[in-house]
Design a protein around this ligand. Structure first.
Ligand code: ADP
Ligand code: MG
Length: 388
């Protein structure tokens, strides 16, 4: 689960990580009083107004503004709150800014990149740091990869200690007090909050010789949310694709894609393979959809509803393997759902496994227009060809 910068900073603060202080708001009526409150509470004239969206690159996209005066801040806050912000991470359609963070401005001496994540290839957590942090970190990674330093925290007894020393040396931060403790606390925060990513870009040194987390991006392993009710409460539905939210309500695993062949499959592995074969046959999948191991009339119907809400869909490929679920039941479910929902797209059905023959008979004898196929190749080819 992604969370906002201001929420990530709330978590960091609990671990004594020095953060840039500020207040988040969502109503334009609160703009003036919040700017004044930031100026008073943190004893500053200049403030920064920052769009809170689940995407990075806000600075370059115009979503982070330095405001030397109250009037500048007023102008920036009114512009950014409610704007459609386009960054290199939002895609061309951009994201609506429903919240802004108004924070103290700091006099930055230097910007560093800092992250902790899990490195699957080494089976251990890894610190990733660079002394060339800030808004151009992607370019640094692309053009000067040797400026990105990694230190792994394997399961040897002093792994954390030595990884922390390594990053302090590589960033030349020895002169700063408490950075060793800060990096250890960041790792503690990463572990205890079940983060899949904890990224601070930039981590800055200020002209008054402090180290401060200026930005924060924290991704939480969704499977751990049951043990973090306070983090689960950070979930911001407005940041999610409405179709994916609806699918989650139905208990379906759905990811919207850009193609026009809707896919309804049971099992994530088979769903991936189905998308591959659609592409292999020259088509583009409209979605990933795993209806789960126990597909029944209800799940099939809900699956159709979700797939059809995507106006790009021109054909639907149903690929179900009958293991526990019996194919004849799925066939009846498909027929019932197609009748009830009054579909106007081509539906290709491929059922294999338990009672597959019976299922094919049921589909062939039904009075609804379905194309049945026996192999996955045949099914995908038909689903793609029918569009043409
Ligand atoms: P994003 O990563 O989405 O672009 P950041 O929070 O990293 O957003 O802000 C982008 C840049 O804006 C930072 O790298 C920094 O140079 C500048 N910036 C952000 N907050 C402040 C601040 N409080 N004081 C001074 N500069 C800031
Ligand atoms: Mg940043």
């Amino acid at each position: 689960m992604k969370i906002h910068e201001y929420q990530a900073k709330e978590i960091l603060k609990k671990y004594n990580i020095p953060i840039q202080e500020g207040y988040a708001i969502e109503n334009s009526a609160d703009i003036d009083s919040t700017i004044k409150k930031v100026q008073a509470d943190f004893n500053c004239e200049a403030v920064i107004v920052k769009a809170q969206i689940h995407a990075g690159g806000r600075g370059k996209g115009g979503g982070v503004k330095y405001c030397p005066t109250f009037e500048d801040a007023q102008g920036a806050a009114n512009t950014i709150l409610g704007m459609n912000l386009i960054t290199h991470q939002t895609g061309p359609e951009g994201k609506m800014v429903n919240k802004i963070l108004i924070t103290e401005a700091l006099d930055i001496e230097k910007e560093y990149y800092f992250a902790i994540t899990f490195d699957r290839s080494k089976n251990s957590d890894v610190f990733i740091v660079s002394s060339e942090g800030g808004v151009d970190i992607e370019e640094v990674a692309e053009n000067n990869p040797d400026q990105i330093i990694k230190a792994w925290i394997d399961d040897s007894p002093n792994a954390l200690e030595s990884a922390v020393k390594e990053i302090i040396t590589s960033l030349s931060l020895e002169e700063f007090e408490n950075v060793e403790q800060m990096f250890k606390d960041l790792y503690k925060c990463y572990l205890e909050s079940d983060c899949s990513l904890l990224e601070i870009n930039p981590l800055v040194s200020t002209t008054s010789n402090e180290i401060i987390a200026l930005d924060a991006k924290v991704d939480i392993d969704s499977n751990s949310l049951f043990r973090h009710p306070e983090i689960a409460a950070y979930h911001d539905k407005s940041e999610e694709d409405p179709l994916e939210l609806k699918a989650a309500e139905y208990g379906l695993n759905y990811i919207k894609l850009d193609g026009n062949v809707g896919c309804m499959v049971n099992g994530a592995g088979l769903a991936m393979a189905t998308m591959d074969i659609v592409k292999h046959c020259g088509g583009e999948p409209a979605n990933f959809l795993d209806v789960g191991g126990a597909a029944n009339v209800e799940t099939i119907k809900n699956g159709f509803k979700i797939i059809l809400s995507d106006k790009n869909v021109k054909s639907i490929l149903i690929n179900i393997f009958g293991g526990i679920v019996r194919c004849d039941r799925v066939a009846n479910g498909v027929i019932q759902a197609v009748k009830e929902l009054d579909l106007d797209v081509v539906v290709v059905v491929r059922l294999q496994g338990t009672n597959a023959k019976l299922a094919k008979k049921i589909l062939d004898e039904s009075d609804i227009e379905l194309i049945s196929a026996e192999t996955i190749n045949e099914a995908a080819t038909k689903a793609v060809e029918m569009i043409k």
